[in-house]
Each structure stands twice: as C-alpha cells, then as structure tokens.
Design a protein around this ligand. Structure first.
Ligand code: SF4
Length: 867
C-alpha cells in the first residue's frame, strides 16, 4: 500500500518525505498539525488552524511517538485454543481471524437471533467509520444492538440541547466567540487541562477585561485563572443553576422581551425555581449567596455572555436536567442566538460529535435522524438500498448493552471498535465480568488494550495518521483527517475491516472501503436531517478550513450553502422556532456518603492523559509527565487518615477498590476525593464508579458522584500495588434490565410550587423561672409544617426589655435546635442560612428562659419559608 497524494499534502522536506496537513488524534478541539513522514519516525508541527492557532498540548506533541511503538499490533491475534479465553493470544492471519469472527456471528444469530450480535463503537472513529459501523450493524448484521462510548461522555448535554433547541451541536457558535464574550461561566469544564490551546480564547477575553466564572468542586488550572471560582459539592450544579435563575427573577434581570419572543414554557420554570432561594441553594451546594449573586449580575449585565457546561455538570443521573437548568438560565437572560453569547457544551472525544450524528447510537440513523421515524427510515433505507422494514428499531444504550452481555435477550457476540470499555465504562469490574460472559468477543484496536486482552480475536487497526476521513470538532466544524503515511504492513483501517466483514456476510455490494465514497453516501443519507452534511465535500473542507454543519446541498443550479458557524440567530430548530424552557428539579446523588463510605468521589481527566489511556499511557513523554495516577485529597482529609504526600492510598466503594498515589492539595473540597479515570488494573477509577443510576433521558451513568472510603496503604512507591483481590467486592450479578426510576427530590412539591413566608412573632410578657428552665411563651409561637410541604427557618430577631440576659429557644419536635441569647435591654438578628429542611409534620416552637423572678417583655420574630 502506498500513500496517495492528497489535497492536504504539502511539499516535503526531503526527497523521501512529504508533509501533510491533518489534525491531532485526541480531543474534540482537533488542533491542526502538519506531519512530515516518509522516513520514519514521523514528526509533527502545530498548524495555524482556527481552533488552535499554532498551539498544541503535550498529548498532541506526543502523538507521533505511538505510530512506531513496539507494542503496536501489526498482526491479528486469536486464541491458541478457539473458544478458550484462558489460552494465550497468538498471531494469526486476517483470513483466520475474520473466519472465526464471521463463524461466531453466524452461529450466534442462528441460535439466538439477530440481536444476539452487538457492536460497540467509539468517539474517535471518523465520520465515515462511524457511519459505516451503524450501517454495518443494521444492514449486514440486521441487529439493533449498537451503541458507542460517547454515551458515557456527551449524551446528557445532547439530550438537553435537543429538548431545548431542537438540535444538538456541542457549540452552536465558533470558538472565537468565546474571546468576544464579556462573561463566560464554565460549569464542570477544565479546558486548561483537557484542551489547553482553547485557553487562548479565554485569555484573549481576559485581556479585554472579560470576567470568567468557573464552577468546579476542584480549584483547577482553569479555576485559578478565573475572576470567580464557585466550588459546589459534586452533583449540585442543577440546584445552583436554578438558584441563579431565582435571583435573576427576584432582581428583575430576566430578559422578558426575549423570553416572550423566542421561548416557550417560562412560567413553569419560574414557578419551579421559586423553591431555590439563595440560602437554601447555599446549603445544598456550598456556594455562598454573595457568589451566587455576583455570578448572576455579571451574566445579566454583560453585553455578551456565554455559559459552557461539560462533563463535570453532565455525567450524573440527572445530567440532562442539569444541562437544561443552565440552558434555562441562559434563555432567561436572553443569551442563545446572539453573537458572542449563548449556551454550549464542550464536547470531549475527538469525534464525539460526528460519532453520534451518523448512526452509532442505538436510537439514531445518519443525519441525526430518529430510528423510530418512518420518514427517516425510508430516506436512509433508500440510500442504503434496503427495505425500510429491514432496518431494526432502537437498541440498548451503552451501559445497558454491556450489562446484558451473555444473558438471554442480551448480546452474545460483540464487535468493539476503538473503545476500551474495560477501563472507560462505569463499574468496570462488572463490565469485565460481563465481557467474560460473552460467547465471542472481537476487538479492533492499535494496542492490546484491557478490553482487547479479553477478546477471542484482536484485529490490528490503522492509526489516525494512516487513514483518511472527516471528523466533526467541538464547534460542529467538519474537518479532514488526512493520511500522512502508510500503516504498517498487515494493518487495516476500520472502514476496510467493515467492508470485508460485510462481504463475508453477503452484503459486500452495499459497502465501500474508500473514505470519500463512503462520505458521499453519508452526505446523501444525512440530507434533510438535523445534521445535514449534504452540501459538504472533501474539496470544500480543504478550501475553507472546514465547513460547519448544517450545510444542505443547493437546489439544482443554486448557490452552495455557506455552512452554519452560528446557529439559532433567527429561530431555534423546534417546530415553532422557539426554544423550550423545561422545569427541572435537584435530585440527590444516587449514593450519599455514610459512615462506611464518608466522602464523595469524583473522577475526571488530567493534562497528560486521554480517555482510557490506551494510547497516552504508552507515550513515553507523557509517562514522564504523569508516571503515576494521583488521587487528589484535601490536607485535612489526609491528616484524618494519616496520609502524607505521595503515600499509596486505597479508595474503596461498594463496587471495588483501587490504589493511587496521594496528591495533597487545598484545591479540592475537604469532603471530596478526585481520581483520574485513564488507568486500568490496580488504579482503575471506574472500578469504583456507580452504574446503577442512569440518567432517565440520556442513559448516561453517574460517573461524577459516588460514596468512597479512603485508607493509607503505604509510603511513596514507584509502582502502585494492586488491591488485595480477596477484599474486592464481587461484581453485581446479572439481573433483568429495568429502567431505573430516579429518586424523587428530597422534598415533595405540587406541580406549581410557590414559596410562602411564615412567621412566629409578637411581643410577649415573660416571667423568669431560671435560665436552665426554658418554657413555652405563647401558643402562637408554635407552627406545624403542613403535610406535603417543607419549610426552612431563615432568621431570628429578638428584643429583651429586662435588665438581665434572657434567651429564646427554637425547638424541632420538642428537641432544641438553636439558642438565641439576648443581652439585657438588647436585641439580636441571627441569619439561619444553614438550618436543615423541615419536612411536613414537623412541629416548630419558640420557648424562652430568664433568670428566676425577672419579668419584662420579649419581642420575637422567627422567619420561615414554606414550600
Ligand atoms: S489533545 Fe486536544 S488540545 Fe491537545 S493537541 Fe490534541 S486536539 Fe489539541
């Protein structure tokens, strides 16, 4: 195989080299690079592409190291004893490997039906590969069981955007708008570590005087450079957003003209956020009222303002609603659809956006079409040259697909492309156990990932620099991944693999292994869909530094569509053109800290690693930067457990144990532990995470919050020991899949909640019986919270006309809650911001005490709010 001349191929620097314009293989920023290859090893330079403008992070710089890595797979691997996964993996031929895979597919489908064969894809596949994988599942395999790891990443934001705007494109505006915004609020986003070159847009804004607010339980590198850092408890971002909207309403900051002209559903949201008064939100989130107010006023007074959410806000059991809460706030302030303003989500994986647009998701067909829509099925069927009825219906979401492996009604033969679910899936030990229940597992990857190690057949695939295709970046810009060098002999790209498999399954005439041919078909399949690529071509991408979708093909003889860098300027993509407010409520995390697991574990990414680390853990330069996985602990928490810097700590949850090197930092809350999820084995953070609480809309697992215990294991080491196998909890056994029901909010409400003030107040004569003998003052100073409602005490004011110290006593169901001493002839005012909720049926009383024989008058005023 030889590399062909491509539009992106530039002059080489020597007779046997050539330079190719392409993109970094990792995150969704898709930084432009130029690669010089021919005489290996290949080298790269950052390019002046609109997303990175000459910048590159350490991951991008290291990308060429892996092309010649000694652990690179160059031959298919099969089990020495077919069917026995305890036998070693040995090198084989493509024919043998594909024969085994096709035989397994045919055997499984003959015995258990078509849906017993499943496909699992990745957000790193090109658009062409993702499209081909979706088509392969539905046309060659005729199975509904396909999903991809983007379900673990961006699906909650996607669901929220579809609900609110009728369209899911991560950023509905170009990155350059961030530099133009006067205020940017980043919620659970840490671009300084995950996509450093993007920081230049924030930096440019800051130079102009823009203010940035970061909402994150950790004081991340992004938070350190912000004007304001809000540090909520993980899992409370929704309450915070609702609280900010409550303040905006109370302060008259809502853009009423915009709300009336461009949205629907505001009244319901207005009623809902009435329950999120600032003191309550401070108690739920830990964000001080003053900081809440500062954030809302900054957003509302800015000429241009942007709210960005990312995985920190979205990877929760209520991730869709959390994203919606921030969208509600942005809509109320009139931001979406205005230049330099709006709401967006920062997509994560390199092609997480395109991967979900073209058919890898269980419920979608190309062009972001719904697989249940008869018209969409008919359109795509015509392009695929099959009958609409032959296209299966919706399958299972990613975790549900994995959790059902090997069961009746579940998948028994699985083909995995570009995904390392043994590390990246939640409750990973359970997923590994499920993979073991399969009849047959085939994995295509560059390296022997933790998932590939478990496979019957491992297929070596081409890496990013060895293949052609398109990617869709964080902005919705469709760009070219160009082939800069040939793959090693014996290595094929996934497009070729799928075409070959389809041929062996009798559908070869419907599949091509040529990227541009597949893209041409993808264009037609997407025409008329939400994600319409029909006006995009490889030539246009080359000439225009990418093209933003939607970009429909022109009518006959018409002018080419320019693409759509900014969405929603005139109308939203809903049937009535208006954005939809939706009332959403705070839901407690599925797992709360308790005596056994007293802290909150949150997981995330670090600067020098990417996703499951299959690639970046093998890059030597990145190893030097981050040799060990480090768990972040607050020094107070560490002191409590006798943990010193760099000690080995074991994190334990109900699902598993994993070990990390301790990084003590005051940048994290004392009640929260952070662990990076890029490692497997002894340090698999996802061995700890909770998969039993999926978002009811997006089916996103709750990666970001679970309860954890921390213990010190040993002093600093160079290599982390594995947890004692005997102490590892058994993975949860199979059980019938059910749709998890979210727990109701901690307080019950009627559909239209109004908060009602309640007061225990008046002037009362008192006669002291002794300071140690408090007693009731008056029957009027009793209040029972009505059933079905809840209340919270907000403040106490008191005045004392006597010449002695007296005190008032607040009781809850007869148990003292607060004492309020009032000096002689004095008065007090006590804000009660952190008093707990008082559920329906609670009896609240005020008593008083004075020295024996002292008489006089007591003025009391206890303010409560009832919801
Ligand atoms: S990992 Fe992301 S930010 Fe870093 S170089 Fe690659 S595309 Fe750019």
């Amino acid at each position: 195989m030889t590399a062909t001349a491509l539009p992106g191929a530039l002059a080489g620097v020597g007779p046997r080299t050539r330079t190719t314009a392409t993109h970094c293989p990792y995150c969704s920023l898709q930084c432009g690079i130029t690669m010089t290859a021919g005489d290996r090893p290949a080298t790269l330079q950052p390019a002046d592409f609109p997303t990175n403008r000459g910048g590159l992070c350490s991951k991008g710089w290291s990308a060429t190291e892996l092309l010649d890595h000694p652990e690179r797979l160059t031959r298919p691997l099969v089990r020495a004893v077919p069917g026995d996964r305890t036998s070693p993996l040995v090198e084989s031929t493509w024919d043998d490997a594909l024969d085994r895979l096709v035989a397994a597919i045919e055997r499984t489908q003959a015995r258990y039906g078509r849906d017993a064969v499943g496909c699992f894809g990745g957000g790193g596949l090109t658009n062409e590969q993702a499209y081909q994988f979706g088509k392969f599942a539905r046309v060659a395999l005729r199975t509904s069981r396909i999903d991809y790891n983007g379900r673990f990443c961006m699906s909650s934001a996607a669901s929220a955007a579809n609900r609110a705007f009728g369209l899911d494109r991560g950023m509905p505006f170009p990155l350059s708008d961030i530099a133009a915004a006067d205020v940017v609020v980043l919620v659970g986003a840490n671009p300084a570590d995950t996509m450093p070159p993007a920081m230049q847009y924030l930096d440019a804004g800051r130079v102009r005087g823009a203010q940035h607010v970061v909402v994150d339980p950790r004081r991340t590198a992004t938070a350190r450079s912000a004007a304001l850092h809000l540090q909520p408890l993980p899992g409370t971002d929704l309450a915070l957003a609702n609280g900010l909207l409550h303040i905006a309403l109370a302060e008259g900051l809502v853009d009423e003209e915009y709300v009336a002209a461009r949205t629907t559903g505001f009244d319901e949201v207005e009623a809902g956020v009435a329950a999120y008064w600032p003191d309550r939100v401070e108690r739920l989130t830990g964000v001080p009222v003053a900081d809440q107010r500062r954030t809302v006023f900054a957003l509302a007074r800015a000429e241009r303002a942007i709210v960005l959410t990312a995985r920190g806000a979205e990877q929760h059991r209520s991730g869709t609603d959390t994203a919606q809460a921030w969208i509600n706030l942005a809509l109320a302030l009139g931001l979406p659809g205005r230049e330099g303003s709006g709401w967006a989500t920062v997509t994560g994986q390199g092609n997480g956006q395109g991967g979900r647009e073209h058919g890898q998701k269980a419920d979608q067909l190309p062009g972001y079409r719904s697989i249940t829509d008869p018209a969409a099925r008919a359109h795509v069927a015509a392009v695929w040259r099959v009958e609409p009825d032959s296209i299966p219906g919706p399958g299972r979401s990613a975790f549900e697909l994995l959790d059902g492996l090997g069961t009746d009604g579940g998948v028994r033969t699985l083909l995995v492309l570009a995904s390392n679910v043994a590390v990246s899936a939640p409750d990973a030990r359970r997923v590994v156990s499920r993979l073991g229940d399969l009849d047959f597992l085939a994995v295509s990857d560059f390296f022997l990932s933790e998932t590939a190690e478990l496979a019957d057949v491992v297929l070596p695939s081409a890496m990013w620099a060895e293949e052609d295709g398109t990617m869709t970046n964080v902005e919705g810009r469709v760009i070219r991944r160009r082939r800069a060098l040939d793959p090693p002999a014996g290595v094929r790209d996934d497009l070729h693999l799928l075409a070959e498999l389809a041929a062996r399954l009798g559908a070869g005439h419907l599949f091509s292994d040529d990227p541009e041919t597949v893209f041409e078909e993808l264009r037609r399949a997407s025409a008329g869909g939400s994600a319409d690529y029909s006006g995009i071509s490889y030539r246009r991408i080359d000439e225009e530094q990418g093209v933003f979708w939607p970009c429909p093909a022109p009518a006959d003889g018409g002018r080419p569509h320019p693409g759509t860098p900014r969405l929603f300027g005139e109308r939203f993509a809903t049937p009535d053109g208006r954005a939809r407010f939706l009332r959403v409520e705070h839901v407690e995390a599925h797992e709360q800290p308790d005596a056994e697991y007293p802290y909150v574990l949150t997981t995330g990414r670090v600067l020098a690693q990417y996703q499951s680390g299959t690639q970046t853990r093998r890059a030597r330069s990145l190893q030097l930067l981050a040799p060990l996985p480090r768990a972040e602990l607050h020094p107070d928490l560490a002191r409590r457990h006798g943990i010193g810097p760099d000690d080995v700590v074991e994190l334990a949850t109900r699902r598993g144990r994993a070990r990390f090197s301790a990084h003590l930092t005051e940048d994290i809350r004392p009640d929260v532990v952070f662990a990076p999820f890029h490692w497997g084995g002894a340090s698999a953070a996802n061995a700890l995470t909770d998969a039993d609480a999926l978002d009811p809309t997006s089916r996103m697992p709750a990666f970001k919050v679970c309860a954890v215990a921390v213990t010190r294991v040993a002093g600093p080491v160079e290599r982390l020991p594995a947890p004692d196998a005997a102490t590892q909890p058994a993975p949860r056994p199979h059980e019938p899949a059910t749709a998890p029901t979210p727990r109701p909010p901690s307080r019950r409400r009627t559909p239209r909640v109004k908060s009602t003030p309640r007061f225990l107040q008046g002037v009362y004569a008192i006669t002291g019986e002794g300071l140690d003998k408090p007693g009731p003052v008056d029957p009027a100073l009793r209040y029972t919270v009505p059933n079905g409602a809840s209340a919270q005490a907000l403040y106490f004011r008191g005045g004392n006309s006597t010449d002695s110290l007296v005190y008032a006593l607040l009781l809850r169901d007869g148990v003292p809650m607060r004492w309020f001493p009032i000096g002689a002839k004095g008065d007090v005012h006590v804000p009660l911001r952190v008093v707990e909720d008082l559920p329906g049926g609670t009896l609240v009383e005020l008593h008083a005490a004075a020295p024996a024989g002292v008489t006089g008058e007591l003025v009391v005023d206890l303010g409560l709010v009832e919801v």
